[in-house]
Design a protein around this ligand. Structure first.
Ligand code: ADP
Length: 265
């Protein structure tokens, strides 16, 4: 039997100080997350793919210039490059942090791996990801990025869409989406404290919930964007949306235990 594969997205709002609008790592949160990853890998043989969100790094730049909706060249080139440099820089900083925390991380930039057409993934170069997993027994670390788009010139590829796509094409056993709320609620829990957690969502296409955008600046659409990405690409792979800010939940899900959250599918 092959070693179980889990693809996990670490929400940018947890890794960086997104709500303060600061492009800085949240080091205490990262130390805890690295510890949970280490503990899980010590307890269970796992193949793991990590994807991180962008948090405070890039969303406002992309939102201000409108390049999420496509590139007008040559005038949009500097913004496109700045957005890519900003998130690729975050990727390297996170990779270094995790490396120093003892995790075998290999950073990979989606700009060199994926091609979109009208924001749907049409080409994916999977060999570097498979090399990291199978040959190196390492953890590839990808991120939301600005990538080529056949029709739009270039566009945003969200970490959420990468999570759903890779989970399907790599036939993951589980897709995990860690964010800054307990899961999917019947309405935005940041705006309404009486919102109710939906423990099970059989069909992410019809969430039967009010999933508006993020309250932090986010060009990929908050919880609604996440569910749309899962609905578009996941196709039957079991998934959890869980709170990465709450200690131990990542560890529990990686080691096959349950925790509060929303189970998809
Ligand atoms: P991340 O940076 O982790 O990708 P986002 O900020 O993009 O996270 O999305 C998570 C946010 O989505 C939550 O903080 C919440 O404010 C918002 N949201 C909107 N509607 C809902 C809902 N029905 N249930 C849960 N969260 C929601």
């Amino acid at each position: 039997m092959s070693i179980p594969l889990i693809v996990c997205k670490l929400g940018g709002s947890v890794l960086t100080r997104k709500r303060d609008g600061l492009p800085e790592l949240d080091r205490p949160a990262l130390r805890r997350i690295a510890g949970e990853l280490r503990r899980a890998l010590a307890e269970r043989a796992l193949r793991l793919v990590l994807i991180h969100g962008v948090g405070a790094y890039g969303h406002s730049l992309v939102a201000e210039t409108g390049i999420a909706e496509g590139l007008r060249l040559p005038e949009d080139l500097p913004a496109f490059l700045r957005a890519h440099l900003s998130v690729a820089g975050l990727n390297l900083r996170l990779a270094e942090f995790f490396h120093e925390a003892g995790l075998p991380i290999l950073p990979l930039s989606p700009a060199a791996l994926f091609e979109l057409d009208r924001k749907a993934i049409v080409t994916a170069h999977l060999a570097p990801i498979e090399f990291a997993l199978e040959t190196l027994a390492a953890i590839p670390l990808l991120h939301g990025d600005m990538v080529p788009d056949r029709t739009l010139g270039g566009a945003v590829l969200s970490g959420d869409l990468i999570l759903a796509y890779l989970s399907r094409v790599l036939r993951a056993d589980l897709a995990l989406l860690g964010t800054d709320v307990d899961g999917v609620f019947d309405r935005d829990p940041r705006l309404d404290p009486t919102a109710r957690l939906l423990e099970r969502l059989p069909d992410p296409q019809n969430p039967a919930a009010d999933v508006s955008g993020s309250t932090a600046t986010d060009v990929t659409g908050g919880m609604g964007g996440k569910l749309a990405a899962l609905a578009r690409e996941l196709s039957g792979i079991p998934a959890w949306i869980f709170n990465l800010e709450a200690p131990d939940r990542l560890f529990r899900l990686l080691t096959g235990r349950s925790c509060p959250g929303t189970r998809i599918g």
